[in-house]
Design a protein around this ligand. Structure first.
Ligand code: ATP
Ligand code: MG
Length: 398
């Protein structure tokens, strides 16, 4: 017979959601099912407070790798379901611990029980004692000792209403909320270090993140395009169904270079990016824009310059990195696996035709005066008409 495992999934903040909890759990379960849909022979259940998967042992590792990429899961354990019988449970524990003792001389261990099935006749503490003493009877001569505070091996028992599961491992999840539970947003993705981190953070707040990249291939070559595509694919892995919009930005930049005040250039590029992103988002009913801006990191991100771009749109603009320093953003980027792609050398379109002295405290009336010198509506509409739309799911299998 096929050996089966039970995966016990704990979820993060969903547990706090009161009457909306069912909606969030349904969303998380749907995401888990979709992520594992290519694997056969998996069954699911979702009693209060937990999600259980019943899987063939042969796919434990693959399951585990995938579950670590799903927002909303706080942690999970792969174990075995059995009847809540002390002998059965301790026999299994002895088998698992014996295999550990084969390679060490001594081992400190403890039993931890969590009992949500309040009709079970023993308290958690009593179960710990019953199972622990049965294990000790057999294994104390082989160097096993009980040590609750400094246990090197923890045998856990979860006595649920519908299920009793035992396990000896806990894997951390991404935490946050399940993708799809909040809504769709559009992230301005540049290929640098910051914006992928922002996108990732919003996906972990339950958003499905779509991406817009402003591309200037005639001046910068194809490198930026490939890099952004790569980053968008990476982030899409934790959410699926994301779309990347690639907007040709050369004409906009050339018009600004040729007709506007040099010192305003970068803020003017930005205002055009916001205008175009606003059109895409409104057309698709995305509810907010997301950027990788961080206060005063560079000249274009002072309070004045951020205000000069935010006023372009009536949508919410989310800047998850606004209060973070570069070092902590880099640490995050490394953790989520986007850093190595982000640091591939490739200039961003904002860095071409850079003014010698970019304005740090722009005045909106001067920017508007500059914009009167270019046909910005036509430039915006023309860029939108030539935009490439890429469905990220079509490019990558999980
Ligand atoms: P990043 O590391 O994300 O590139 P940065 O520190 O280089 O950020 P800027 O170049 O000032 O900062 O860009 C600020 C934000 O503006 C980016 O995080 C991104 O959201 C957006 N942005 C900049 N350039 C582009 C682009 N070519 N396409 C799309 N979004 C862009
Ligand atoms: Mg950049």
């Amino acid at each position: 017979m096929l050996e089966r495992k039970t995966v016990l999934i704990r979820y993060d903040e969903i547990g706090l959601k009161g009457r909306n909890r069912k909606y969030f759990v349904k969303c998380l379960l749907k995401n888990i099912k979709r992520a594992l849909s290519h694997l056969e022979n998996i069954h699911f259940s979702s009693p209060r407070g937990r999600i259980f998967l019943y899987i063939p042992s042969s796919i434990s590792l693959e399951c585990s790798t995938i579950l670590k990429t799903i927002p909303g899961i706080s942690s999970f354990s792969i174990g075995v379901s059995l009847n809540p019988d002390f002998d059965l449970i301790s026999d299994l524990a002895v088998k698992w611990i014996e295999s550990k003792l084969d390679s060490v001389k001594s081992l400190k261990f403890c039993v931890k029980t969590r009992r949500s099935n309040k009709s079970f006749p023993n308290t958690s503490q009593e179960v710990n004692l019953e199972v622990g003493s049965r294990i000790m009877k057999i294994l104390s001569r082989r160097g096993l000792t009980v040590n609750i505070k400094e246990a090197e091996y923890v045998f856990e028992i979860e006595l649920g209403r519908s299920e009793t599961v035992v396990f000896d491992n806990r894997e951390p999840g991404l935490c946050g909320l399940p993708v799809g539970s909040s809504g769709n947003v559009l992230c301005m993705l540049s290929g640098g270090i910051d914006s992928p981190v922002s996108a990732f953070m919003m996906a972990c707040r339950g958003c499905r993140v779509h991406f817009v990249f402003f591309d200037n291939q005639p001046f910068l070559g194809r490198g930026g395009y490939d890099k952004v595509l790569n980053l968008a694919k990476k982030i899409n892995k934790i959410q699926t169904r994301g779309i990347l919009y690639v907007v040709p930005f050369q004409e906009v930049q050339v018009a600004i270079r040729d007709h506007c005040n040099e010192e305003n250039r970068v803020v003017l590029y930005r205002r055009m990016m916001y205008r175009i992103a606003d059109e895409i988002a409104k057309g698709q009913r995305y509810m907010a824009l997301v950027t990788g801006e961080s206060l005063s990191q560079v000249a274009s991100q002072t309070l004045e310059n951020l205000a000069a771009v935010s006023c372009i749109t009536s949508l919410s603009v989310f800047r998850p990195l606004i209060g973070m320093n570069k070092e902590s953003i880099i640490t995050r980027a490394k953790k989520i696996g986007t850093y190595d792609v982000s640091i591939e050398p490739q200039p961003d379109c904002c860095s071409i035709f850079m003014p010698k002295n970019p304005v740090t405290r722009s005045k909106i009336r001067f920017l508007e005066r500059d914009e009167e010198k270019i046909p910005w509506k036509e430039l915006r509409n023309d860029a939108l008409a030539r935009m490439e739309i890429i469905k990220l799911d079509d490019l990558s299998s999980r």
